[in-house]
Design a protein around this ligand. Sequence first.
Ligand code: TMP
Ligand code: ZN
Length: 404
Amino acid sequence: MGKCKICNKAAERIVSFGKMPIANGFLNRIPSDEFFYNLSVAFCPECFMVQLDETVKPDMLFNADYQFISSTSDAMAGHFEKISAEILEKISGKSNPFVIELGCNDGIMLRHIAARGVKHLGIEPSGNVASLARNNGVKVLESFFNEPVASQIVRDYGQADVICGSNVFCHIENINSVFKGIGILLKNDGVLFFEDPYLLSIIKKSAFDQIYDEHIYYFSGLSVSKLARKHDMQLVDMHPQDVHGGSMRYYLKNSLSNTANNKVGEFLSEEKALNLDRLHGYSTFKDNVDKICSDLRNTLSDIKRKGNRIVAYGATSKSTTLLNYAKIGPEIIDYICDITPNKINKYTPGMHIPIKSHEAFVKDTVLYALLLAWNHKKEILEKEKEYRRKGGKFITYFPEVVIE
Ligand code: TMP
Ligand code: ZN
């Protein structure tokens, strides 16, 4: 078994999903050969971090053709505006405050900070989304983040009052270098906060589709508090977030004179009650996942056997794990509709299901749609009232298969 990427101790395998293609690697045409890697997850009994065994080189994932654009959901736009409001509150009264966001994507959050004339910097390695951020008035450093980059930023701009990141910390394999960089870049009285899919939600719902190449770490309060301490920081607060199917926002401060609040204690107790600090806590995960996959395949086969067509809704990155592991391909799903312009007319990685526009779905008379973007269910049900009024049904599958 491999070594823990954080503390270098032996990590223990939780589950293997076999060969997987790149989750966001939507294809222009069906290729004769495709890149696959082994997708499996391990647990470190020393620092409690759940992590990928094998990782894919970051420049294969985050490059000038990065296909995940943050601003495709109204709910997410609202979510990021709220983060900006929280930051503005945190820095009020400070003289010339400086806000840094790691992985600013298209500037969905920082644009609100920029619009207030606050000194800020977005750090974004993917060229295409970095340009979108610049168009949104955001100052961007097009780079990965690590210790040398942190030193360079301090030289060029000074230290930061706030450093934050959404769905980015879990993407970075050398997270120790990120924390060393933050140690250099964050003022002594500054705050670091970041949010990522929450391990406890993944385990509780068996939401294994959160597991894919970009998500190297599956954080919990248990693992983040250990990681913080390793880097002389303290996990001081935790706020659950209703995005990406269940996320957690962690607040970290300099360890000197800062202590964890009661909420941290409550989340750590809940995580311990589920045994997330020992391998035993993960022992039923694979069986639960396999049951969902076989129930889902049976449900879809039944629908087809009765002469119905099925499409899918939202060509999400996480659906790559679901579709490939459950072996759901174009013989079951006619197409996936998606509103992201650069996904339309492409094929999904591995299973090669065609992606069509939302208009194609609206014009269709299909009555069954597999809701791959299940994390946006509320927004999508609201948007698709007409489809449901005509008898159209959505199929969801976490924590169990439901047709509604
Ligand atoms: P995400 O789950 O990683 O946020 O990705 C959501 C995907 O679903 C993205 O490709 C956009 C797509 N989508 C739609 O097609 N229609 C919608 O109404 C929403 C909210 C998302
Ligand atoms: Zn470890």
